[in-house]
Structures are given as C-alpha cells and as structure tokens.
Write a protein that binds this ligand. Structure first.
Ligand code: THU
Length: 127
C-alpha cells in the first residue's frame, strides 16, 4: 500500500482530478507501479491498475500475487478506490480466483479476492 501511494504521486489526472496509484507484485518478486494517465481525448486515458499490469506483462511477467490500490480526489487523503470493471476484466486475464486485491490506504485497508470483485466472470477458461 505504501508503494501504491507512492505511485499515486505520478498520477496524470488534469481532467478528473482523481489520482490513483497501483503496486502489482509479480511471482518473480518484482513490483510494478502504475498510475492513471488521462488524455484530452478522454477515452484514450488509462487506469492505474492497467498501467501496472501492462508494464509487467510487456516485461514478460505472466503470474501475479497481489495488487495494492490507492486512489481518491486530488488534495484529499485517499480513503478507498475500487477497480473499475475494465480493470477487473484485465486482472482476470492473468490472475486466479484467489488473487489478492488490497483496497484503502496504508493506514487502513481491506483485502479482497478477484473472485469477490468479479463473480461469474468470463475469461480464458471459457474459450
Ligand atoms: N481510475 C483508475 O485509475 N482506477 C480505477 O480503478 C478507477 C478510476 C482513474 C481513471 C480516471 O483517470 C480517474 O480515475 C477518474 O475516473
């Protein structure tokens, strides 16, 4: 959660003023950081979670242990930020049902499983 908070400092979010940071632990032991990166053409922006996953996958990682997420409005102490639906789907491409997702801030957070955040999912197993 400390690393996710650190990653949040790099958030580029001039449009929403909502800043998000993610820290993704791969089975290799490496941690990949990500932040949300917005764009003047709004749909071209990307969430912090996908930044972290795409960085990791593009470096050859395929197996992951857990993801920490810290997000909230600019200028406010982050309280809680849940992953959006598209990010949950991207996570499910690479992670098992019991993959851990930590939400909150370094002082207070809760641990969820991917299955609890994305029940009845459609994924690689279905094709
Ligand atoms: N955002 C994330 O980075 N992750 C989430 O799970 C929720 C939303 C970003 C996208 C956009 O830059 C801003 O937060 C407001 O939606």
């Amino acid at each position: 959660m400390d690393l996710a908070q650190k990653a949040r400092e790099n958030s580029y979010s001039p449009y929403s003023h909502f800043r998000v940071g993610a820290a993704l632990l791969a089975k290799s032991g490496k941690v990949y950081l990500g932040c949300n990166i917005e764009n003047a053409a709004y749909p071209a922006g990307i969430c912090a979670e996908r930044t972290a996953f795409f960085k990791a996958v593009s470096e050859g990682e395929r197996e992951f242990v857990m993801l920490a997420l810290v997000g909230g409005r600019e200028g406010e102490t982050s309280d809680f930020c849940a992953p959006c639906g598209i990010c949950r789907q991207v996570i499910s491409e690479f992670c098992e049902k019991d993959f851990k997702i930590l939400l909150g801030n370094p002082q207070k957070f809760a641990t969820y499983t991917l299955e609890s955040l994305l029940p009845l999912s459609f994924g690689p197993k279905d094709l």
